[in-house]
Design a protein around this ligand. Structure first.
Ligand code: ANZ
Ligand code: ZN
Length: 538
């Protein structure tokens, strides 16, 4: 999503000369189609457009078009008009008409496109609508394009035709060759464009962080000196229209720290993204009065190992946070360039296929569920019903199932616990459980972990007495999913500390190796365990 948002496009800039002698540089990703240009299209609000039509018969109509284009949202339907002048294609000297069109964006490239209707769909639709010529300059391999029969643009690769000395070249090679040619002729060259817009850091709001800048009548823009930081927001604000800081005299009026003359305080405040882009660094050293953070402390905690959040943050917050981190690294204030090493987007909870929301009234109150079942059942259900990143459809049946599992765990706790270790297969099962649950947790596959715990509960439930080692290991592994229950059972075993701070059980890889050989020796297995146990263990 970030890559898309940044939207890097590689291509060329080419200079076209207009009737009035002015030059316009046009960005294109397809310089190989330059011989197929049949018109030029400007964004309606392009400043050159007003200049080109000034004093001509087109002026009023263009103004009307721009006004309408501004009112209506960018519609799907392509609309435009001829504005009475021509441009010259620099490679073949051809004169092509100049249009304005609502599909050309002012903010992208140079706000102007060289239209190649045979090979660009938007240009194709525009040309069809306004009866403009279509000229094929790329022939796909194996079939021949014919303008009269085309119902859409051919946007793919192929062999150049009607392209002077470049005819016969492959389109991808022609792109390179043409860029070189533009450079030699001084008419253009390689160019890279990004779709990402500039980020406005200031807002006209009260509740942001003040921007510590003063405007002095004599000295101009003066930063607030360090000893006067932070600039605090005033408390006596009156909300009404616009930013209340502007009308707050005691805030706005200040003295210039340089000449002591009259100065005005900046009333714009920083956007909240400005804070969320580096708060994690401050968290590492929140009491520091001297600086934003001490490098050593930040290096101890950062980067964040695992970031969990909604996908809606992918392109704003998370991207800005990366930019801030890279800038701070370049300034030598930190030594890493990525703030977050791993990311998971959690899914949403739905009911009846729709996102739960108070306004829609389709919510399940967790308190009700806790009263009906218990907190551990609800928690385990939420972990069990879907992987964290998937959408979760609430189901009453589902929580019933997890409640049955919880009851089984309670039943199990009524059994006598012995100090013996389990038989060899039982020891193997415990070991496998440790491995499976640990791996599932690390991979964020909680349903898998809970299924393993369910199976193990069934296994232990078949026994007359439960071996302590297996039972304790089970409680430890259960505790992330049913913490209250696990603590209770742990305490009943006579443990003095919390299970949540007990050491996590370790899987024994040796044991796994030995047990692998059981596989092959089916005779051995049959002696030791029932077939059903063997299948379950497989
Ligand atoms: C001529 C051409 C011929 C194009 C062809 C495409 C195919 P991306 O990939 O998104 O960067 N373009 C350039 N500036 C524009 C603007 N301000 N508003 C709307 N469209 C603009 O798209 C680059 C292509 O988008 C450019 O390449 C240009 O059309 C168009 F067979 O130029 B092309
Ligand atoms: Zn001053």
């Amino acid at each position: 999503m970030q890559r898309n948002w940044i939207g890097k496009s590689e291509g060329a800039k080419i200079k076209f000369r207009l009737d009035n002698g002015k030059e316009i540089e046009i960005f294109t990703t397809r310089p190989d189609t330059i011989y197929g240009v049949t018109f030029i299209v400007f964004a309606p609000e392009h400043p050159l457009v007003a200049e080109l039509v000034a004093g001509t018969e087109y002026e009023a109509k263009v103004q009307e078009f721009v006004r309408r284009a501004r009112l209506t949202n960018k519609s799907q339907e392509k609309e435009g008009m001829f504005i009475g002048c021509y441009a010259v294609n620099p490679v073949n000297g051809e004169r092509v008409p100049v249009y304005i069109g609502n599909f050309v964006l002012m903010e992208y490239g140079s706000g102007c496109v060289m239209a190649v209707p045979a090979h660009d769909q938007r240009d194709f639709e525009f040309a069809k609508k306004y009866g403009l010529p279509i000229k094929v300059v790329i022939q796909p391999e194996g079939k021949e394009l014919n303008v009269e029969e085309m119902t859409e643009a051919y946007e793919g690769e192929g062999i150049l035709v009607n392209s002077d000395k470049f005819s016969g070249m492959k389109s991808n090679e022609a792109r390179v060759a043409l860029i070189k040619f533009f450079e030699e002729q001084g008419i253009g060259g390689k160019a890279i464009e990004y779709k990402m817009r500039d980020w406005l850091v200031s807002r006209q709001r009260y509740w942001g962080t003040p921007i510590p800048i003063l405007y002095c009548e004599n000295c101009g823009i003066v930063p607030v000196p360090e000893q006067d930081l932070p600039v605090m927001l005033p408390r006596d604000v009156r909300f009404g229209e616009g930013n209340p800081l502007e009308s707050n005299k005691s805030f706005v009026e200040a003295k210039c720290p340089r000449c002591h003359g009259n100065a005005r305080r900046e009333t714009d405040t920083l956007d909240t993204f400005f804070d969320s882009s580096w708060y994690f660094l401050r968290y590492c050293d929140p009491q520091n009065e001297k600086e934003a953070f001490e490098k050593k402390k930040v290096e101890y905690w950062m980067p964040v190992d695992f970031y969990i959040g909604g996908a809606e943050h992918a392109v704003m917050h998370l991207l800005y946070a990366r930019f801030f981190t890279k800038v701070l690294r370049d300034l030598g204030l930190i030594s890493f360039g990525e703030p977050f090493l791993r990311l998971r987007n959690q899914g949403i909870v739905t009911l009846g296929g729709e996102k739960m929301s108070k306004s829609k009234g389709n919510v399940v109150d967790p308190i009700e569920m806790i009263e009906k079942y218990n907190a551990d059942t609800l928690r385990a259900y939420l972990l069990f019903v879907a992987n964290p990143e998937s959408q979760l459809e609430w189901s009453d049946k589902g929580i019933e199932g997890v409640y049955r599992f919880w009851k089984k765990v309670i039943m199990l706790s009524k059994k006598h616990v012995t100090s013996d270790t389990d038989n060899e297969l039982g020891v193997y099962r415990l070991n496998k459980l440790i491995k499976d649950v640990t791996e599932a947790i690390e991979n964020f596959e909680f349903p898998k972990a809970i299924i393993s715990l369910m199976k193990f509960t069934d296994y232990l439930s078949m026994k007359q007495e439960v071996p302590r080692e297996s039972y304790e290991g089970f409680i430890k592994l259960l505790s992330p999913f049913m913490p209250h229950t696990a603590e209770e059972l742990w305490a009943r075993l006579g443990n003095k500390d919390f299970v949540s701070i007990a050491s996590w059980p370790q899987a024994d890889s040796q044991l796994r190796f030995i047990s692998m050989s059981y596989h092959r020796s089916s005779f051995f297995i049959r002696k030791r365990a029932s077939v059903s146990m063997y299948l379950a263990y497989l």
